[in-house]
Design a protein around this ligand. Structure first.
Ligand code: SF4
Ligand code: SF4
Length: 186
């Protein structure tokens, strides 16, 4: 179905059902309280926040949910899932959309997404946890915007919301995990 008066927005009423069936999460329970979005560490990079993503799913706005960069900038940190008053595992919903996108070979609209994803996975593999300053700095540098969000980063550093140096946690465990996943894939 298309929204009347709009050439661009297509709606598929079966989309929410497909997501609910595959993820086991009832997306219709979301009442847009925005708790997920307010805790999401990646929202500044995303085309739409996790709250908006949930609304797109409910409304069957397939392109907005699957072609934007939101799912690829998700770090699977589970913050949204832990904060949701409706007990929706939003991170799992995001993973489910990622799987469908890959199955259907849908291309993301942004060219920087894969770079971000690769950077993040490498960081996780060798450090065992997220290092926000390194991630944002590295991606900005490689995309030709070395000073992007610098003012915001300074403010966050001052308030102790960001750490200048990484804190490395059990890197050998995550390296082993990555090798095992690689073996299983083969
Ligand atoms: S799991 Fe993804 S969407 Fe949820 S808070 Fe973390 S980065 Fe944001
Ligand atoms: S926290 Fe839960 S109920 Fe609130 S907007 Fe996010 S998904 Fe919806």
């Amino acid at each position: 179905m298309k929204i009347r008066g709009s050439k661009d927005i297509k709606m598929d009423s079966s989309f929410a059902e497909e997501i609910a069936k595959r993820s086991g999460e009832n997306v219709f329970l979301c009442y847009q309280c925005k708790k997920c979005a307010s805790g999401c560490p990646s929202r500044m990079f995303m085309d739409s926040t996790p709250t908006e993503l949930m609304r797109y799913i409910q409304l069957g706005m397939v392109d907005e949910a699957m072609k934007g960069n939101t799912i690829w900038y998700c770090l699977s940190c589970q913050t949204c899932s832990a904060r949701c008053p409706q007990d929706i595992d939003i991170a799992h919903v995001v993973d489910t959309i990622k799987i469908i996108v890959q199955e259907k070979k849908i291309k993301a609209d942004t060219k920087n997404v894969r770079l971000f994803n690769r950077f993040w996975m490498t960081m996780l593999k060798y450090m065992g946890r997220m290092y926000e300053v390194g991630l944002a700095g590295g991606v900005n540098l490689l995309t030709g915007h070395p000073f992007k969000d610098m003012a915001l980063a300074m403010k966050m550093l001052k308030k102790g919301k960001l750490k200048l140096l990484p804190s490395i946690k059990k890197p050998f465990e995550t390296m082993k995990m990555f090798s095992r996943a690689k073996r299983l894939k083969k």
